[in-house]
Design a protein around this ligand. Structure first.
Ligand code: SF4
Length: 360
């Protein structure tokens, strides 16, 4: 069976291995491009949110390359995430694609559905094979997250612009080639070595920005115009609130987001779908940790982030923390985003100088 799945950050490197270990052929999802978005937008309902359109475009590209099965993650309301899978499947079937569409729903909400879907994917494999495939994939995802996270700490200090990005590309290749668990562990050690060789200037004192918002646009660099790298090359430490491994743990068996929801409580007590409540809570936590500013990434027409934005207007005033909201849709362009980032960063520098008593 030729299997494909969404492109989200760098997770495709680990999911490729999982699918192969379960005995399927992989049709690699392409990094979303203008073509992906215009394909998705063409067939999606007009007011669908941008992650929906990008995923649809990604599936259509993979189907053209011969994919027969699509594996996607589901979601729960109250926003539209709960209907993603069903609607994608309907659109693709209406277009004449005869596909197996597997939606992995959150196991704590729809346990039977989760087990049934897993069974379809793992059919014909021994428990031992399945365990090895799943546990090594989990390990690879953890290594990918750890190495990616480190690059955002190094990039603002790099002496030669682009060194960190080039080193990270090398790392992705090293991690991609690791197959067994011991190789994956070794790949992490090798990547740490590669990153440690980047010449840095540790005398710099970078600004710190926290990135919050809807999961897909936060995790997928192609959807957010490489915002963390762009900020890193501007000399800013840009940390984001969501990483796939943590998010999966928090949304399956652990309640790791409780402290974020607790932080949000003064302003918002009920979930509003998507990552709205987390956007509010994380802004408060970043502010307490002394961050210089916050950037909210929101798909255009994403109700949870629109509601969060309304609440954040009050939060930013009361906590005196600058906030920039970037709504992303088909019309958003890299140049426009860069200009807004530069203006925001200038504002943060002026604020820092005022704090330090520098007369402007
Ligand atoms: S969180 Fe926002 S972007 Fe994601 S499905 Fe819900 S409404 Fe759409």
């Amino acid at each position: 069976m030729k299997v494909t799945f969404p492109h989200m950050g760098y997770s495709h490197i680990a999911f490729k291995m999982l699918i192969q270990k379960l005995g399927h052929e992989v049709v690699m999802p392409k990094r979303p491009s203008e073509n992906t978005l215009s394909l998705g937008s063409h067939y999606a309902p007009e007011f669908a949110c941008i992650p929906f359109k990008i995923l649809l475009g990604t599936y259509l590209e993979a189907l053209e390359e011969g994919a027969e099965m699509i594996i996607s993650s589901g979601g729960v309301g109250p926003c539209r995430a709960g209907y993603y899978g069903i609607l994608h499947e309907k659109i693709l079937k209406d277009l004449g694609y005869d596909i197996d569409f597997l939606v992995l729903e959150p196991p704590q909400k729809k346990a039977m559905n989760f087990v049934k879907t897993l069974r379809k994917l793992t059919a014909g494999n021994s428990i031992q094979t399945i365990w090895e495939a799943v546990s090594s994939t989990w390990l690879k995802l953890k290594v990918l997250d750890r190495i990616e996270r480190l690059t955002y700490e190094i990039r603002p200090y790099e002496i030669n612009k682009g060194d960190t990005t080039r080193a990270f590309e090398k790392c992705l290749d090293v991690i991609d080639r690791a197959w067994l668990k011991e190789d994956i562990t070794k790949s992490q050690t090798r990547c740490l070595e590669i990153l440690s060789e980047i010449p840095v200037d540790k005398t710099r004192n970078p600004l710190k920005i926290g990135i919050i918002g809807e999961i897909y646009v936060v995790l997928e660099p192609a959807a957010n115009f490489d915002i963390q790298n762009v900020l890193g090359e501007m000399g800013i430490i840009a940390r984001r609130s969501i990483y796939l491994v943590e998010w999966t743990k928090d949304n399956t068996f652990f309640k790791g987001e409780e402290h974020i929801k607790k932080a949000a409580k003064e302003y918002l007590q009920v979930p509003i779908g998507g990552h709205g409540i987390l956007s509010v809570g994380n802004t408060i936590l970043y502010s307490r940790q002394g961050y210089d500013g916050i950037i909210q990434l929101a798909p255009f027409s994403c109700i949870p982030e629109i509601v969060a934005k309304g609440i954040l207007t009050k939060v930013k005033k009361e906590l005196d923390i600058p906030l920039l909201t970037l709504f992303i849709d088909e019309q958003t362009g890299k140049t426009g985003i860069k200009t807004r980032l530069e203006a925001f960063v200038d504002l943060l520098y002026s604020k820092r100088q005022l704090r330090q008593g520098v007369v402007l």
